[in-house]
Design a protein around this ligand. Sequence first.
Ligand SMILES: [Zn+2]
Ligand SMILES: [Zn+2]
Length: 315
Amino acid sequence: MTMELNILGTASQLPTTNRNHGGYLLRWQGENILLDPGEGIQRQCVIGGLSVPAIRTICISHFHGDHCLGLPGIIQRLSLAKVTEPVSIIYPREGEDFLKRLLTCSDYHQTLSLHLLPISREGMVYQAGKLRIEAIKLKHRIPAYGFRIVQPGGFRFDKEKLIAAGIKGKSVGILKEKGELQTEKGIITRESVSKTIPDRVFTYVADTAPGNHVKPLMDHADLLLCETTFMENERDLAEAYDHLTTGTAAKAALDNQVAFLIATHFSERYRNTRVIEKELREVFPRSYAAEDLTRFSLVLKTKTLNVETLRKKNG
Ligand SMILES: [Zn+2]
Ligand SMILES: [Zn+2]
């Protein structure tokens, strides 16, 4: 199964000629989850050949403009497309007034069934199909949350071990349900005849100061999308405005045994993000500085990450 992260924009507060405000479309397990639609995200989807009407879940980390100004366009497009299934919006409860204004800021024919999910505490906030969406508090100037999106693992029986233990037919079902089974060879546990399948995890760490609070978000993530607004030589600015630097993000990815780090949310001062990528890789080699309109596809079974552009295909 492939986890597909589409990068719509990578700018922080100020867009540049090459970088749109941030915005990310995660396509995984049949779900289309839009994260932090900054200004212009609807058009970025169009350029990238990504379907806006397919979006059913929208996660907003916080209500700074670069993370939510694109919401009205997305909602109005969904409404225009006469989407009949509910569309869920997950956001910090403290930003309720901002959300209401974004949803009603211009005249349109609202036909959508909106499922509003304000976050008031950490933990699981929503089940999107097979995916569990958890929110964990970030340290920013206003209330903000990071998202950990999990495809829960489980176990798979090992046929050979079952045969060796003499378990077959209905007994397999009983073992599956009860976790252990009395056999002629003694008590057989489910774990002893099965293979554990780990949780698969996508994490999004939006604007935050560094600290231990990111640990439960990042822990063993297969793919970590993380803000790195500043490079190391601007550490003072990062501290002043509650942001991560390349070094703090890469070190956190390393410490939390992340498989791949995708950096984003770059300050407008950086023209070329290759220098950012280089600095990240000095600490955590499996790092990438995201570019607008690119797609990262992670084959979970083999942990192979492919990067492709979305621009060429669509002219
Ligand atoms: Zn921001
Ligand atoms: Zn912010």
